[in-house]
Design a protein around this ligand. Structure first.
Ligand code: FPP
Length: 220
């Protein structure tokens, strides 16, 4: 079965940069380029429906102000420059997370891209921005009118699909509050490669290995 939804925790930017004598922020800069490369590659594959990238978590605000400021600038630049990528590759763009925390400028660009790409059909790239799965669930519960069941919860999430493949780069083996509900039956792949060094070759290895895994969804 081919993977329809791939989610990635793009970890290891800071350590990668530090080990090479750069500032941590340089790792994020290269990381944004890798995000573009993987996105364009998914467009070429044509069989992926959703690619969800964890770009900024609800916890990332706790980083030093200089790093948060850099990430905000990088995010805006990425959102500006990606317009080309989305248009050229027929990619629909969506943001998930609590966007109210971002500057008006960033929010406006997100809206612009979502509107511009809403009918694009190759696949959807979701950027998780000020995203935390617990926060997403809390916001979903607040929106539900009437009875709470699995369907009503799923329906009110920022992303209502199932994750097939969850990849985390950078050597750590944890989920860090990413898509906890949607990853209930996801196949997990942990890579020691830091995100700035992650590439198409390794992505393809993971996709191949996924094809070989037998998914039973709790059955036999
Ligand atoms: C984790 O690396 C990464 C982040 C907190 C942010 C992810 C951001 C990018 C990949 C760049 C921006 C991307 C877009 C799409 C705008 P880390 O800093 O936690 O690395 P470390 O674990 O080595 O410290």
């Amino acid at each position: 079965m081919s993977a329809k939804t791939v989610a990635i925790i793009m970890d290891g930017n800071g350590r990668w940069a530090k080990q090479r004598g750069f500032k941590r922020t340089h790792g994020h800069k290269i990381g944004a380029e890798v995000a573009r490369e993987i996105t364009t590659h998914c467009a070429k594959r044509g069989d992926i429906k959703n690619l969800i990238l964890y770009a900024f978590s609800t916890e990332n605000w706790k980083r030093p102000k200089s790093e948060v400021d850099f990430l905000m600038k990088l995010l805006y630049k990425y959102l500006k420059e990606e317009e080309q990528t989305y248009v050229c590759n027929n990619i629909r763009f969506r943001a998930i997370g609590d966007l109210s925390a971002f500057s008006k400028k960033v929010q406006k660009q997100i809206k612009h891209l979502e509107t511009l790409t809403q009918h694009f059909t190759n696949f959807t790239q979701y950027l998780a921005l000020n995203y935390g799965a617990r926060d997403e669930l809390k916001r979903a519960f607040e929106k539900i009118e009437g009875s709470i069941d699995e369907q009503s919860i799923t329906k009110h999430l920022d992303f209502s699909g199932e994750v097939d493949i969850l990849i985390r780069t950078g050597g750590e083996k944890r989920l860090s509050n990413f898509l906890l509900w949607q990853s209930a039956y996801a196949e997990l792949f942990f890579s020691d490669t830091p995100w700035p060094e992650f590439g198409i070759k390794e992505f393809e290895k993971i996709m191949e290995s996924f094809e070989k895994r037998e998914r039973r969804f709790g059955g036999l």
